[in-house]
Design a protein around this ligand. Structure first.
Ligand code: GLU
Length: 254
């Protein structure tokens, strides 16, 4: 059975500081797909959820860690209740970079993930932000989801973002920018740009997505980037039709 990793960003889950009903659509899609695929979900949103209860100054590391500690159970509750409607069981998995920094530790983590998947449970993964300090930080969930895809042997990473696709230029500043449907090579100069997340609680931007894609393409794993508002494009890409978004394809397929 094919194994898919989905990454959902904070800007997709939250709108104007409130949980958007997109989460319902995402849960429906993943529950549907869970019949034919093994599904892992990397979800951001803990810090954003924490802020809705306790608006701390998140520029301080300890406050951000506290916000994640407040928000992670709130986020999980939102997922758990919705997945329950589809009789889908979910599990919370919080990782730090140290959990994947040696072959032995990665193997332990993979064995646990395999048990969840064999039992038809969807792991909902996030960085363990409340104990993550610089040395053990993945940094952003774009990177984390790429590592999860590779180290847990998934066949593809699907990023549900507030970005529609990878464009020839910044679509916010250049109206002539065009979406690129298929990328087979990531140019180094693309990675030199600054990371500009679209949401104050998000960490990544297009550059972190390109870095994630490069990491996977170098390991022969494809990544699909599409807008979390348009889930039909996910159903279609899994049938082999690309209606929008960007498909990052390695030279040799997996
Ligand atoms: N782990 C952070 C959170 O749950 C998000 C990191 C990211 O946006 O990449 O809020």
């Amino acid at each position: 059975m094919k194994r898919l990793v989905f990454k959902v960003g904070t800007a997709t889950l939250y709108e104007n500081g409130k949980l958007s009903n997109r989460i319902d659509e995402i849960v429906k899609l993943l529950s549907e797909l869970n019949k034919n695929y093994e599904i892992l979900l990397v979800s951001s949103g803990a810090v954003g959820a924490g802020y809705t209860k306790c608006p701390l100054d998140k520029s301080k590391l300890e406050n951000k860690q506290a916000l994640a500690a407040i928000g992670q159970p709130l986020l999980m509750r939102e997922y758990k209740e919705r997945f329950h409607r589809f009789n889908t069981t979910v599990a919370q998995v919080l990782l730090t970079a140290a959990d994947l920094d040696s072959r032995k530790r990665t193997e332990y983590a993979k064995k646990m993930i395999n048990v969840l998947l064999e039992n038809n449970v969807i792991p909902i993964i996030n960085e363990n932000d409340s104990v993550s300090v610089e040395e053990i930080l993945f940094g952003d969930n774009d990177q984390l989801s790429a590592y999860v895809t590779y180290y847990f042997d998934a066949d593809m990473l699907i990023m549900l973002s507030d970005i529609d696709a990878f464009y020839t230029d910044n679509p916010k500043t250049n109206p002539n920018a065009k979406p690129i449907k298929i990328v087979k090579e990531i140019k180094n100069e693309w990675l030199d740009n600054e990371c500009n997340p679209n949401d104050e609680f998000a960490t990544g931007g297009i550059v972190t997505k390109l870095k994630a894609a490069k990491f996977l393409m170098d390991r022969n794993i494809p990544m699909y980037l599409t807008n979390g508002k348009n889930l039909e494009s996910v159903r279609e890409i899994l049938k082999g039709h690309q209606i929008n978004g960007t498909l990052f394809l390695p030279k040799e397929g997996k």
